[in-house]
Design a protein around this ligand. Sequence first.
Ligand SMILES: [Zn+2]
Length: 251
Amino acid sequence: MTSRTTDRTPRSRSRSSRRPGRLRRLRRLTTSVLLSAGLCLGTLTAAGSAQAVDGTVVTSTQSGGRTVSFTFDDGPDPTHTPRMLEVLRKHGVKATFCLWGDHVRQYPHLVRSIVADGHRLCNHTMSHQDLGGWSQQQIRQNLEQTNAVIRQAAPGAQITYFRAPYGSWGQSPQVAASLGMQPLGWRLAINDWEPPGTSELVRRIVQGVTPGAVVLMHDGGGDRSQTVSAVDQAIPQLKSQGYTFDQPAVR
Ligand SMILES: [Zn+2]
């Protein structure tokens, strides 16, 4: 009896401490893999889970109904952003671009191209930081710096939205709202950070879209040629299903 009791105690203790450790390691590994690729962690965190006092994370289009909003993260990218802009222009679709401040500094002319084409801008932090554990003051500093470099690139540009990297919102929705930006989540992520082939991406977009959905895709942070081609093919298919293109809601 005694030995069983003493056996059980360490076992249950080690079991309970092992699990979080494994989770932490897994999370660290996942984060570092994605960080090194410079990508959004779209599916592991529910985008709409953070409800803020003054900043609801929107995941739907402005008009609702049979509309859809395309959003592109982690650019601008010197190769794939111009191609994406060309595709969107060809189909007459306006989208939203969530910009990484460091990339804006490198390629300011691409921000001007995005604005000139009538797309909307979204702040995506300076260096794709995970804001989960940051203070409001730290977040504010980062978001203001990102807005400053965007406005330096495209003077007078409106920055309508903010999107937290990895969907790790922390206290950022309140801060973004206080800076006049709508926190922007998503309803559909096509997981294009591990390019599975263009036709698979087309399938994920066309079959995954629901009325009023905001869709998360990437034009930066890696080779996005499959995403560009998939968007080119998916737009006509969605249009033929009666979808029109809208911007994400601003409340
Ligand atoms: Zn991102």
